[in-house]
Design a protein around this ligand. Structure first.
Ligand code: UP6
Length: 283
């Protein structure tokens, strides 16, 4: 996988969301996913419009204006979804709703397909914690697969003291291997090809899980709440991950968006990520 281009991988992928994402990455020369984690609808859309030309994937946290513990947003509406989809066509990116589902199959079916957000109707890709076991994937697949969607499992996290390691990560990879039609990859800090194989089990060479990696920053090594950052080069070249997820490193810390500065940073991260990928291909 490490020496194959995104375009080559796209040609061999059977999941439509993974295929489209890899094609977009190749076309735009971008392995950057921008995480738009802001609280106002206007900032949300203007950041996306500003970084659209540089990113292949937008991590579309719906704007958090008034969040309850069930993620219901006061000013979330169909118009926002419509504009988001228009931007995704205008700038040629896919939408990844970082929902981090973590409940029983029956509940996640309802959360994914319905509620206020109707995530499955607009997000090409979403993700889930494997904590409930394989049933969470079956539940989400029953909604997403007919729509051509893809799922990422959180095999690891970027935070200090994360519990997702060792046997947990191995089991996450096992679950993914049983549903390669729908699970297109992992949120993780490294490649997973060698992880979770049973004793004597050989790696199926056709396996191609994408690794999307948050905790990427060029200026700082962490925040006050346990986040830890690595550089795009460390993530893509040394750890072999496919996509860098960058939030505050691009749009800054608040809702007062400086469009020019946001674009400059987005281009900087795109360039760094792409350069590391090109260097990896030459290895
Ligand atoms: N994220 C992580 N670490 C994980 C999983 N997800 O940081 O293990 C998400 C966060 C945030 C983004 O929810 O939206 O990636 C990282 O943002 P930042 O670049 O501003 O730290």
């Amino acid at each position: 996988v490490l020496t194959r281009s995104y375009g080559e991988r796209a040609a061999h992928h059977s999941n439509p969301a993974a295929k489209a994402l890899l094609e977009t990455m190749e076309r735009k020369k971008s392995n950057l996913c921008v995480s738009v984690d802001v609280s106002k609808k206007d900032s949300f859309l203007s950041i996306i419009d500003a970084v659209g030309p540089y990113a292949s994937l937008i991590k579309a946290f719906a704007p958090r204006l008034l969040l309850t513990h069930v993620d219901i947003i006061e000013d979330f509406d169909e118009e926002l979804v419509k504009q988001l989809l228009e931007l995704s066509v205008k700038h040629d990116f896919l939408i990844f709703e970082d929902r981090k589902f973590a409940d029983i199959g029956n509940t996640v079916v309802l959360q994914y397909s319905g509620g206020v957000h109707r995530i499955a109707s607009w997000a090409h890709i979403t993700n889930a914690h494997p904590i409930p076991g394989p049933s969470i994937v079956s539940g989400l697949a029953s909604v997403g697969l007919p729509l051509g969607r893809g799922l990422l499992l959180l095999a690891e996290m970027s935070t200090q003291g994360s519990l997702a390691h060792g046997a947990y990560t191995e089991d996450a990879v096992h679950i993914a291997r049983t549903r390669r039609d729908f699970v297109i990859g992992f949120i993780a800090q490294r490649r997973m090809e060698g992880v979770g194989l049973y004793a004597g089990e050989a790696l199926d060479e056709s396996e191609d899980f994408m690794i999307l990696t948050p905790g990427v920053g060029l200026e700082v090594t962490g925040d006050a709440l346990g986040q830890q950052y690595n550089t795009p080069r460390a993530v893509v070249l040394e750890a072999g991950c496919d996509i860098i997820i960058v939030g505050r490193g691009i749009y800054g810390k608040n809702n007062a968006v400086d469009i020019a500065a946001t674009q400059t940073s987005a281009e900087r991260y795109r360039k760094e990520g792409w350069r590391a990928y090109e260097e990896r291909l030459r290895r």
